[in-house]
Design a binder for this molecule. Sequence first.
Ligand SMILES: Nc1ncnc2c1ncn2[C@@H]1O[C@H](COP(=O)(O)OP(=O)(O)OP(=O)(O)O)[C@@H](O)[C@H]1O
Ligand SMILES: [Mg+2]
Length: 459
Amino acid sequence: MTQKILVVDDEKLIRWTLEQHLVKEGYEVASAESAEKGLALINEDPPDLVLLDNRLPEMTGLELLEKLNVQERGIMVIMITAYGMVETAVKAMKHGAYDYISKPFNLEEITFVIKKALEAGSLRTQVKQLRQEFSSKVDTIIGESDEMMKVKNLILKIAKSDATTVLIQGESGTGKELVAKALHYSSARADQPFMAINCAALPVTLLESELMGHEKGAFTDAKTSKKGLFELADGGTVFLDEIGDMDMSMQAKLLRMLEEKTFKRVGGVKDIKVNVRLVSATNQELLKAMREGGFRKDLYYRLQVVPIYLPALRDRGQDVLVLARHFIEYFNKECHKNVLGISKEAEQILLSHHWPGNVRELKNVIERAMILDIDSEILPEHLSPDILEGRPATSASSLTPVSLEGLVIPDSGLSIEDVENALVRKALDMANGNQTRAAQLLKMPRDAFRRRMKRFGII
Ligand SMILES: Nc1ncnc2c1ncn2[C@@H]1O[C@H](COP(=O)(O)OP(=O)(O)OP(=O)(O)O)[C@@H](O)[C@H]1O
Ligand SMILES: [Mg+2]
C-alpha cells in the first residue's frame, strides 16, 4: 500500500520541492499552506506521516501538534524548525513528534528521516495490533460452564463466516464488548479496524455524522468533510454498542443502509459502499422494546442474523470462581500482589451472590478486596458489605420456601423495597424490639439490619 505524506508549510517553493521529490520516491503526497488546512486534511483522510513546519501563519505547527494526539492516531510527525530552535524541537518531541529537522535541509536528509519514521510507525502499529489481538481473542473470554463454552464455539463459527451481522444480548457487565472484540480478532478481518461507538452517548444528529461521515458545510460546525465510522472501518468491524437506545429516526437510516448496502455522508450526494461486519449489542430486552414501539421490528431482524445471548453470571455456576481466580491473577500482576486464592467460606459467598452487575461487578469486588491487606487468601471480611448482605437472601442452598399466602399485591403494584420495609418491621415486632434477634430472624448481619431500619425511618 502506498504510504501517504502530508506536507504543511506556508512557503510555496518548499511545498512544491518536497511534493515533487516525495512523489518520485513513491509516496502519495498532499500539501497544505496553513495549520488549519492541514488539520482539515488530516481529519478527512489521515496520512501516515506529516512534515510539519512550525512557523506558520495563525496556528503554529506546535499548536497543531498539540491538537492532534498523534500517538493515539498512529500518525508520525516530523517537525521542521528554523535553524537553532532546539527548544521548539524538544517541545515537539514531547508532544509526540517522532523527529525534527532544521531548515535549511537537503532532500537526502529528509528522505532518510522519513524512511526511518515510517518504519518506526509501521512497527508501532504492528505491536499495537498484536497486543490487541493477543488480548482480544476468544481465549480471553474466561469461563468453562456449558453456557459459556457454547458461546465461545458460536463465536468461532461466526468468525469463520465472513459477513454475518451479529446481535449480542445480555445483562449489563456480561462481557458483550469483550465478545464483540473476540469475534473481530478471531476473524479474517483481524488486521483491519475494529471501530466501536456507543449509540446511547450521542445525540442523533451527531451519531449520524459519526457513523456516516459528513461533507463540508453539511451543518454549522462542519468546517471540513469527514469520514464516518463505516468508511474508516472498511474491511473490518463496526460495533454499535447499546443499540437499544438508538433513536427511531437513526434506526430508519441504519435500516436503509443495511437494505441498500450503500449510504451517503450527511450533506453528501455520492453513494458510498463499504465492506464491514456489523456487530451490535444491547442490555435491553429488544423484543419488549419492539412490542412497546421503541425499536423497529424490521431493523431487529436485520441486525440479529445471528444472535448471541450472554448468560447472566448467576447462571454460569462455577464460572464465578474460575473468573474470580482469573481476576486475582490479573490484579496480582497489575498491583504487584501475591494473593494466593479465596477461602472456602468466601467462595460460598461469591457463589450465592446474585451478581446484578455480572462479571464487571465480580471484577470490581476482587479489585476492591485486593486493595486490602491480605495474608494469603481472600476471606469473607475482605468482601464488600453488599456482597455479604446478599448472602442469606440469595444463597440457593440456604433458601427455605416462603409461603406468600395472605400477601396481597395491589393493582397499583408493589416494590420489593415496600416488602423489605414491612419485613423489617415485622421481625422487630416478633423480636419485641430486640434488633440483634430481629436481624437474626431475617438472616442478616446486625449492621445491615440497622442500615435498613435507618433507611425506612425506624431509627
Ligand atoms: N468471560 C469474561 N472473561 C474475562 N473477563 C470478562 C468476561 N466477561 C466480562 N469480562 C470483563 O468484565 C468487564 C465488563 O465487560 P464488558 O464491558 O464487555 O461488558 P458489557 O456486557 O459490554 O457491559 P455493559 O452492558 O455495561 O456495556 C470488562 O472488564 C471485561 O473485560
Ligand atoms: Mg458494553
